[in-house]
Design a protein around this ligand. Structure first.
Ligand code: NAD
Length: 357
């Protein structure tokens, strides 16, 4: 039995981590921890197992605990992961790995010192469509992939305006670090982690900046807090030149558009793929003098959070490096940092600045 402590019993813990652990016969959730005691107690009552606590250090101090899932807001990811590894625990930490590249590098140092497992919740790496696209690109089915166009734009989807998600000191950033991190990670994964050369970005805080004036139909992680803070970007535009394809990022939690546009176009000289985020994909090209669209390419698609947890348990048991290991997200963490730095400085930055990686 692997004994896991859940730290943070909010949305992602309740909807993904905990059910995936509880469905297994080789894992037990020994602790449910949340500073809101009713959330932890609710999990104990629902699953009839484990201990509820408000103090994550209590979980880390228990010698019987093998591993933790960190499902707290972003500002606690690095601090709890580092303490957990020092306490001898293996760690699965939700995305983003941390708020800044410096925090990510501190996590890496502790991982090296302690030899613990440190996986990040880059769940798209366990998505069947994403894995198939990675294989198709590796088999050269698209020819030369020269550009990747990424759109993660919603009409009105700022989460909990004024709360943790829109407060830079808690979240580290806005839509880029919250949604963009998933898109960038899957692009890097599918394209073989190409080395960036230059990064240019511009972050905007537009529709959410006056909290009381924001008009919306529904709000996840809400309701809004009119007395709270919104000092993160609700819109980001970025351009990344790599040694492989160029990548343009177009993201927004809220824009004055008609419908949400959540997709990635992998553009090759032989064929192109549009991945509808979280769904399937279509291959586009020309054959025998005719254009074709192919949405029938087969791939397996087991539930990706179950796969992520399966992979974590496998890492714990075998001490082997996972496809979700912290090292595999370093380059995208550095790109995110470079996009924010570029926006702050008002100019393109060279990636060699970040290449102590
Ligand atoms: N992989 C994904 O697709 C995905 C989806 C949603 C959220 N996330 C990530 O998961 C994390 C949590 O997001 P969420 O939507 O579940 O947020 P949430 O606010 O619903 O849950 C966070 C929980 O952490 C608790 N918490 C805060 N400080 C704590 C502390 N010191 N000790 C213990 N618990 C503490 C809060 O009380 C809350 O219940 C974020 O980093 C987010 O980016 C990932």
């Amino acid at each position: 039995m692997v004994r896991v402590g859940i730290i943070g019993c909010g949305n992602i813990a309740r909807s993904a981590h905990i059910p995936a652990y509880m469905a297994r016969h080789d894992v037990t959730c020994s602790h449910f921890c949340d500073i809101r005691p009713e959330r932890a107690q609710d999990m104990v009552a629902r699953y009839g197992t484990g201990k509820a606590t408000v103090a994550y250090r209590e979980v880390l101090a228990d010698p019987e605990v093998d591993a933790v899932s960190i499902c707290t807001p972003n500002h606690l990811h690095a601090a709890i992961a580092i303490e957990a590894m020092r306490a001898g625990k293996d760690v699965l930490c939700e995305k983003p790995a941390a708020r800044t590249l410096d925090e990510v590098l501190a996590m890496r140092r502790t991982r090296r010192e302690t030899g613990r497992v440190l996986n990040i919740g880059v769940v798209n790496r366990f998505n069947g469509a994403v894995r198939k696209i990675r294989d198709l690109i590796a088999e050269n089915a698209l020819g030369q992939v020269y550009h990747v166009y990424v759109s993660f734009r919603a009409r009105r989807s700022i989460p909990g305006l004024g709360g943790d998600f829109t407060n830079r000191s808690v979240a580290g950033g806005g839509v880029l670090i919250d949604w963009g991190v998933h898109f960038l990670d899957l692009v890097m994964f599918c394209c073989g982690d190409p080395m960036p050369v230059t990064v240019s970005g511009k972050a905007y805080c537009m529709l959410g900046r006056n909290i009381g004036e924001y008009v919306y139909n529904s709000m996840w992680a809400g309701p809004p807090d009119p007395a709270g803070v919104c000092d993160v970007e609700d819109c980001i535009s970025g351009f990344i030149r790599t040694e492989g394809p160029t990548v343009s990022l177009n993201g927004a939690w809220a824009q004055n558009i008609g419908t949400d546009e959540m997709f990635v176009d992998f553009l090759g000289d032989r064929a192109g793929i549009r991945l509808q985020y979280g769904k399937g994909f279509t291959l586009y090209g020309a054959r025998d003098g005719r254009l074709f669209d192919d949405s029938s390419i087969h791939y397996g698609n087991p539930p990706m959070f179950d796969e992520e947890i399966e992979d974590f348990v496998h890492s714990i048991r075998t001490r082997s490096k996972s496809v979700a290991d912290l090292d595999t997200v370093l380059r995208s963490a550095a790109i995110i940092q470079a996009l924010y730095d570029s926006s702050d400085r008002g100019q393109e930055v060279r990636f060699e600045e970040y290449d102590a990686l």
